[in-house]
Every structure is written in C-alpha cells, then in structure tokens.
Design a protein around this ligand. Structure first.
Ligand code: NAD
Ligand code: ZN
Ligand code: ZN
Length: 360
C-alpha cells in the first residue's frame, strides 16, 4: 500500500511498497483512508525542527475513512465511516477517566515518531491500523462529509478547545494571533460561541487575505491591540487566542490582551524559557493558559457546530491533491502557497455508502 514517508528535513516520499496494516490486538481497527490532511504540526519535523524524528515514519494524523477490519473489542464493523483523533489514548487509565487524554499513560500521536509516546504509523496512507480504536475512532455522521469531519480529529477540535478554555461567551471581543488553519478555525469557533467581534492578526498578507475571504477582520500584528481597543470601545479584548507557537506570537498575544482578560496559547510551544512581561501580566491581571487539543473530549461538541451550520471547516481547504502528490503538498504548505492541503488516496471514493474494497 501507499503512504507518505518522512526521509529527513524537507524530504518526504510516497512509498508504494508499505506493509498492509493488520489487526493484531482486540482493540485495533484497520481503516481505509478516504481523506487525510497535512497539519501545521507536520511542518515541525519537515523543517528539521525535531532532530530526533525518525526517518521512515509514515506521516499524518488527520484522517477519515472506512473501517475494513476490527478486533473483537472494537464497536465498529467493516463498512462504517469513521474519523480518527490525532491523539491516541487508552480511554481506561486514571487520566483518561478525567478526560485528560493527552496525559494518558499510553498517549501517542499518529505519524509523529516518538515525540509523544511510542511510534504509531500515520494516516497519510491508504490504510492505517488504529490502536484503542474504541476510543480513538468516532463515527462520521451521515450528514457530514469526509472533508468536514476530517478536521474534527485535530485542527477543529484543537481550535474549539482553545475557545472553550478561554470561556468565550456572548458579546466577547476576541483577538486571534496567527491566521493559519488553527487560528481561523479558532476565530470561527469564537463567533459560533457568541463572540461579538473577532480580529485575527498575521504578518503574512496572503494569510490576512485568506481570513478576509472568509469574512473575517484581519490586521497586521502591530495593529491588533489598537483594533481590539477600538471595537471594544476602549475595554480591550476579553480573550486572545495565540495559534502560532512562537515566543514572538505569545508576546504579541499578551500585549494585545485587555484588562482581566484570558490569553490561551494553543500553538505548539517548545522553548525552555522565554522573556515574560510579568509587569504587564500583573497590571492587566491576565489569566494565561496553555491548551493542547483533545479531539476525544471535544469532537462531538465541535461537530455540533459543524452540523448546525455555524462552522464549515471545509472552507479552509485550499488544495485537494492525490496522495501520490503529497511531496508537492508539503512544499506548497511549507512555502505558505497552500493554506490547508487535503490528500485523497488514488482509489478512494468520495461519498458515504461507498463500496468497500477488500484489503490488498
Ligand atoms: N493539538 C494541538 O494542540 C495542535 C493541533 C494543531 C496545530 N497545533 C499548533 O498550532 C500552531 C498553528 O498551526 P497551524 O496549522 O495553524 O499552522 P500554520 O503554520 O499554518 O499557521 C501559523 C500562522 O501564524 C502566523 N504567524 C507567525 N508569527 C506570527 C506572529 N508573531 N503574529 C501573528 N501571526 C504569526 C504565520 O504567518 C502563519 O500564518 C502550530 O504551532 C501547530 O503545531 C497544535
Ligand atoms: Zn495536528
Ligand atoms: Zn489512558
């Protein structure tokens, strides 16, 4: 079977000779992938920012498809449409019992080498073996397409988690730092949760144009604070979501936050230390939180926003490519010429009720 393999920084290949995954454990399921996406988090190993990331890793942690085989403890049968959480968790340990799936004793991430837990082959492939499939997979509702459901397994649920952790409510003025997929979905979730005004910032004019094309108010980072002050009649933002993952972006979020507001950092941070403007945080009485997305916890609520028509995540897709063109997809996404790339395995049908191909 075919899959996208990390060979080293800026090198991904589509390997046609990968071993077909099999059910080895009663909680495993094998999924035939119909849609998969490249995530901003895939750019970290791609750009060589993770020196320990193992060459040979089958990449990808956003995927939807159809169950082709399932172990005895998996409540899905062959032919059911499902989507995966990017995050693998057991669902049975004390932390899972508290819905802290990212902190599960057995946590890992599809296609992410050993960055979090043991390696699990990823979803940018024709077939994937899903461990703990009774927890990691969810049914795709009949009224939601594979492209819409795909992001509930990562970027949409992550953006939603940030909006929920920020306790966004009716009438709030919200700033969003970073107009990538997570930022724009965060802005959509903020509006869906009742925010009165949402302003996103990004230094990249192309990204601001993308936000504007979705009807959002987008500004350069240096203009965010004044813009938020203006729309809030001087009160300042009640919430700022930081969806980039750099010190500069977090500093920008803190500077843009209003008095007694909440800043939620949902970009993936990895610094050992950063200069922290504690004087500013104190005098504005800020609450600062870090949030890692948890689709297992949030996917049902996030999908409710989709099914109600309040959020259409498929609107962020800029490129639809065959899986065999994944290399180009990575290049376009890395150069920011693509906003969000969705890959389709060559023989994947599009709609619910598609014929099941037996494993090859
Ligand atoms: N589960 C999770 O917690 C989770 C899931 C998905 C992504 N992420 C992380 O979220 C972050 C964003 O993901 P994405 O897919 O949207 O990535 P992306 O790289 O496509 O988007 C980031 C955007 O931030 C902009 N930016 C850079 N510096 C900025 C600054 N100082 N101020 C404002 N904007 C700035 C960039 O121009 C870009 O448009 C990444 O760090 C990713 O790893 C976390
Ligand atoms: Zn991701
Ligand atoms: Zn667990």
């Amino acid at each position: 079977m075919k899959g996208v393999v990390f060979q080293g920084p800026y090198q991904v290949t589509v390997d046609a000779e990968l071993l077909m995954p099999r059910v080895l454990n009663p909680r495993d399921a094998v999924v035939r992938v119909t849609r998969t996406a490249i995530c901003g988090s895939d750019l970290h190993p791609y750009r060589g920012e993770m020196p320990d990331f193992a060459p040979g890793t089958v990449l990808g942690h956003e995927f939807a498809g159809v169950v082709v085989d399932a172990g005895a403890d998996v409540p899905f049968t062959a032919g059911e449409r499902v989507f995966a959480s990017y995050l693998v968790a057991c669902g049975r340990c004390p932390r899972c019992a508290r819905c802290w799936h990212y902190h599960c004793e057995h946590a890992s991430i599809f296609g992410y080498s050993t960055v979090v837990g043991p390696p699990v082959a990823g979803g940018q492939a024709e077939y994937v073996c899903v461990p703990f499939a009774d927890v990691v997979l969810a049914r795709s509702p009949d009224d939601v397409t594979d492209e819409q459901v795909l992001f509930a397994g990562d970027v949409l649920s992550t953006a939603y988690a940030a909006a929920v952790d920020a306790e966004i409510g009716a009438g709030d003025v919200v700033g969003v730092v970073g107009a990538g997929p997570v930022g724009l979905l965060g802005a959509m979730c903020a509006s869906a949760l009742g925010a009165a005004e949402v302003i996103v910032s990004d230094p990249d004019p192309g990204r601001r144009a993308k936000a504007a094309s979705l009807g959002m108010h987008a500004v350069a980072p240096g203009e965010l604070r004044d813009s938020l002050d203006e729309v809030s009649h001087g009160w300042g933002a009640r919430v700022v979501l930081e969806a980039v993952g750099t010190d500069a972006a977090l500093a920008s979020a803190l500077r843009s936050a209003g008095p007694r507001s909440t800043v939620v950092a949902v970009g993936a941070h990895s610094a050992e230390a950063m200069p922290f403007p504690s004087g500013l945080a104190f005098t504005r009485e800020l609450t600062v939180r870090f949030t890692v997305g948890d689709p297992i916890r949030h996917r049902a609520e996030a999908l409710r926003l989709v099914r109600s028509g309040l959020v259409d995540p498929a609107r962020i897709i800029s490129h639809r490519l065959p899986l065999s063109d994944a290399r180009r997809g990575y290049e376009l996404f890395d150069r920011r010429e693509a906003f969000k790339v969705v890959l389709t395995p060559d023989d994947a049908a599009d709609s619910p009720g598609m014929a099941i191909r037996p494993g090859r």
